[in-house]
Design a protein around this ligand. Structure first.
Ligand SMILES: C[S@@+](CC[C@H](N)C(=O)[O-])C[C@H]1O[C@@H](n2cnc3c(N)ncnc32)[C@H](O)[C@@H]1O
Length: 264
């Protein structure tokens, strides 16, 4: 699995500030419909980019609480949200949240559940800490949705197979809706958010993630460092020739914790 140490945290922070991921975050924030005074939880808040935006929405009367398992990520989030007293940060595991039942109005988690070994336990925890009627939004990637122009398709497939080991479930969106229901949620909406890069340049999501893939796959699953380098060079050269394509889909799941019926 990918380790979110200090250098990985800084690289992710850079990639997640590209216009591609800024637009994804704006879409998530808009979908959350946060209101002033609400208590929001961000599970796996990473460097705090979404948490900062959520805190601005709930305002000084609300609360924006982030949890993450990685101390380097939490350090970035602490620095980013230092001027927002409504932000609270905890080092904690998504599968065992350190909060009382029904503490939150809203819970969000982007690009985190795919890293969890016990997704069902984390969904039960999310359900527990939401108040009845509270809403949840989970966003994850299905790596089957990736479309890349590569000159050597067989090599590209080998690289992607090795990359799949960077998370616990590279195809989580395929099973997430029934699992949300089993945890007690009502799934209200599912949607797809695409990221499409038709040029290779530094300030894009794909440039950042290709560097992460090259570093991760080198020496894994039969992919040598030379092969990883050659794969990366090929994509960059296709970019130089105006033949670049990288497209991937994020899957968003909107859910609510049903409130008991008044006659129940
Ligand atoms: C790809 S990053 C996403 C960060 C952030 N949600 C965002 O979208 O900007 C995944 C994050 O999940 C965190 N994470 C992974 N496993 C976790 C766990 N079991 N409990 C809490 N956080 C976890 C990592 O430390 C990392 O910050």
């Amino acid at each position: 699995m990918l380790r979110f140490d200090e250098s990985a945290a800084r690289a992710l922070e850079r990639t997640y500030q590209t216009p591609d991921v800024v637009a994804q975050r704006a879409h998530v924030i808009q979908s959350l419909e946060l209101r002033p005074g609400e208590h929001a939880l961000d599970v796996g808040c990473g460097p705090g980019l979404l948490l900062r935006d959520a805190a601005a929405c709930v305002g000084a009367r609300g609360a924006a609480v982030g949890v993450d398992a990685s101390e380097p990520m939490l350090a970035l989030a602490r620095a980013r949200c230092a001027d927002q007293p409504q932000v609270e940060l905890h080092r904690a595991d998504a599968q065992a949240l350190p909060f009382a039942d029904a503490r939150f109005d809203v819970a969000v988690s982007t690009q985190v559940f795919e890293y969890l070994f016990d997704v069902d336990a984390a969904l039960r925890e999310l359900h527990r800490v939401l108040r009845p009627g509270g809403r949840a939004l989970i966003l994850d990637t299905d790596w089957d949705s990736l479309v890349v122009h590569a000159s050597d398709r067989a090599r590209h497939r080998r690289v992607m197979r090795a990359w799949e080991a960077h998370l616990a479930d590279p195809h989580l969106p395929a099973t997430l809706a029934p699992r949300l229901r089993r945890a007690g949620f009502q799934v209200t909406r599912r949607e797809v958010f695409p990221i499409v890069n038709t040029e290779h340049h530094a300030h894009t999501y794909s440039a950042g993630i290709l560097l992460a893939i090259r570093a991760f796959v080198a020496g894994r699953d039969g992919v040598s460092a030379e092969e990883a380098e050659a794969w990366h060079t090929d994509l960059r050269e296709l970019g130089d020739r105006g033949e670049y394509l990288f497209a991937i889909s994020r899957f968003l799941f909107h859910a609510v914790k049903p409130a008991p019926r008044p006659d129940a």
